[in-house]
Design a protein around this ligand. Structure first.
Ligand SMILES: [Zn+2]
Length: 271
């Protein structure tokens, strides 16, 4: 599943090709994504210039003077920039054509992605208005997490994955950040000190930042006709490593389930 670093890498991959370009056509081959692609999208978008390419959480926002396209990659979506002569394949559901003879193509085999349109401030759209702070922003601090967690007995990992608390810390990054900070994922959020939240915030930021930097090496893939663009395998310390030795102490990594998601941790190193 594309997580925040992949979405940010996608944004950076497409931005130089579409920023300040005029939309010349919109093609919808399959409108039934997570929500239907609006029937009016083509008439709204054609002749508009892309003014900004932004990201909020895992949403990519294409701003124009008439409104904003809200893109989400869902479980399996990917974006590419291609020449307009490149024929679509089976799961290529949506194209935006531009004045530079390029197109932005959404491929999404499982169709949990989304293409929406709003004429209002997209940050006030119902999908975005309740999102917590960006993890790489100055609003995501130890003091913020400490204050918001005082009356929450929920496990810290579940809190960290709540997009109303902080956006874009998906399962892989929650597992890896908690390991890096030495915090047991089952620990009640209310029972963690400010100092330990500082370690956790530092871990979240550095792990996401490293992933985005690694993604930067794949930016050229956004214009390749074949292959899957923009995703990259980070070196993972605990995620997916059930029973393998902990990279710090050598004891076996444990796997449990929390809120229907797999949790991987070292019970010796994480308290
Ligand atoms: Zn360990």
């Amino acid at each position: 599943m594309p997580e925040l670093p992949e979405v940010e890498t996608s944004r950076r991959g497409i931005e130089p090709h579409i920023l300040n370009r005029t939309v010349t056509d919109v093609i919808v081959r399959q409108k039934n994504l997570r929500w239907p692609i609006p029937a009016t999208l083509k008439s709204q978008l054609v002749n508009q210039k892309i003014r900004q390419v932004e990201r909020r959480g895992k949403y990519i926002l294409l701003y124009t003077d008439a409104g904003t396209v809200i893109l989400h990659l869902g479980m399996s979506g990917s974006l590419r920039i291609l020449k307009q002569s490149v024929p679509p394949e089976k799961h290529d559901h949506f194209d935006i054509f531009f004045s530079n003879n390029k197109l932005l193509r959404l491929r999404d085999p499982r169709r949990f992605g989304a293409v929406l349109w709003t004429k209002k401030d997209p940050l006030k759209h119902k999908l975005l208005c309740d999102l917590g702070p960006e993890p790489l922003s100055n609003d995501f601090t130890a003091e913020y997490l400490f204050a918001i967690s005082r009356k929450r007995s929920v496990a810290i990992k579940t809190l960290l994955m709540n997009s109303h608390i902080v956006v874009g810390v998906g399962n892989i990054y929650a597992n890896e950040s908690l390991f890096s900070a030495g915090i047991n994922p089952k620990r009640a959020a209310s029972k963690i000190s400010l100092n330990r939240y500082q370690q956790l915030v530092n871990s979240v930021k550095s792990i996401l930042q490293l992933s985005i930097e690694q993604g930067g090496t794949t930016l050229r893939d956004f214009t390749q006709e074949d292959g899957k663009p923009g995703y990259f395998q980070q070196t993972l310390a605990v995620y997916g490593r059930t029973s393998e030795p902990c990279p710090v102490c050598g004891k076996p990594i444990k796997k449990i389930s929390q809120a229907q998601r797999s949790t991987f941790y070292c019970s010796h190193c994480q308290k």
